[in-house]
Design a protein around this ligand. Structure first.
Ligand code: GRG
Length: 322
């Protein structure tokens, strides 16, 4: 795959998924694999330090079980990348980056519950409720959500408090009824309905998936004091990669194995869920994801070389295998 902006080749179908030990990307001036693994290591270390196990140990262990279970760490990496793009530092953004991963992880724990999507596996491991029981899994999700906000408020350094408050407000909006919760409700209501429209499908995924990705992209830039104009560009980039991410997720649910996904494959079909491939077909879905990624990248032209990590992460979204 060649970058639209004349940048060297970044990704191919053999591109390794983040965190897997697959071959290096060849002939890339910007080494996405090295960038991602370095960023992933920073995030893992910060997450590792973020939660200590104290009394009552069970809840902290349950929170850590899912938080430290792997995952691509895409949301924190996006947050760090936009903070640096806007001339901020990793240190400024790391507490927010960790909070984004805590929120994302809590949404996965709750999504996997029998009352929601009902899955036994996540990130290649048994789901939280399978290990700790439904009661503790619900509380582990609640604990991670509350702690995410405490973590941003108490751990953020070298950031204008006004900017930090803007980030806290965005995080709240992204998880609440105007974000993940709203998307999940419409998703649950739509399950098994034969007549889900594209408008409804877009609503679900703009809220369930794209909202937190957009907040990840914007929060790093907000912490660094980016201009409104740059935030608008980044917002358009984020909305496009967010939707592309979900289209690819729907495709992978059909094409990838349980081992690749780390969770049960083929669930959408069995649950009679409307997906992009079910509405558009497989080829048109792939094409749409590619178009969205190219459109997303075109929003970054103005940032020049400094946007290379965000450009390459966009490419990674369509090339990923899990
Ligand atoms: C947020 C208060 C609150 C409640 C949760 C359950 C729920 C409401 C929302 C569901 C949100 C959800 C599970 C959306 C799916 C998003 C998605 C595509 C997840 C997969 O993300 P990856 O591929 O996963 O980045 P890894 O494991 O790599 O981090």
């Amino acid at each position: 795959m060649t970058s639209m902006r004349g940048q060297p080749v970044v990704l191919t179908d053999e591109t390794p998924a983040i965190g897997t030990g697959t071959p290096a990307i060849q002939e890339s001036r910007f080494d996405l694999r090295a960038y991602l693994s370095e960023r992933q290591a920073l995030v893992e270390a910060a997450l590792e330090r973020s939660i200590a196990v104290v009394y009552p140990e069970k809840i902290y262990e349950a929170m850590r079980y899912s938080l430290m279970a792997g995952g691509k760490r895409l949301r924190p990496i996006l947050c760090l990348a936009t903070c640096e793009l806007a001339k901020g530092t990793v240190e400024m953004a790391m507490p927010t980056a960790c909070a984004l991963e805590m929120i994302h992880t809590m949404s996965l724990i709750h999504d996997d519950l029998p009352a929601m999507d009902d899955d036994d596996y996540r990130r290649g491991k048994l789901t939280n409720h399978k290990v700790y029981g439904e009661d503790i899994a619900i509380l582990a999700g609640d604990g991670l959500l509350a702690y995410a906000f405490e973590f941003v408020a108490t751990q953020t350094v070298n950031v204008d408090p006004v900017q930090m408050l803007k980030v806290v407000a965005r995080l709240g909006r992204a998880v609440g009824p105007a974000g993940l919760v709203g998307g999940q409700v419409v998703d649950l209501e739509s399950e098994g309905q034969g007549n889900v429209t594209l408008e409804t499908l877009n609503f679900i995924h703009n809220h369930k998936t794209a909202a937190l990705l957009e907040t990840s992209v914007l929060s790093g830039a907000i912490l660094a004091g980016a201009t409104d104009c740059d935030l608008q560009r980044l917002s358009r980039y984020a909305q496009r990669i967010g939707l592309a991410f979900q289209i690819v997720d729907d495709i992978l649910d059909i094409t990838a194995t349980q081992e690749e996904l780390g969770k049960t494959a083929g669930k959408d079909l069995r649950a009679q869920k409307a997906t992009y491939p079910s509405l558009w077909g497989m080829e048109a879905s792939k094409q749409q994801a590619k178009t969205l990624i190219e459109d997303a990248k075109s929003e970054l032209d103005v940032f020049g070389e400094a946007a290379q990590p965000l450009m390459s992460i966009a490419d990674f979204i369509t090339a990923r295998t899990h």
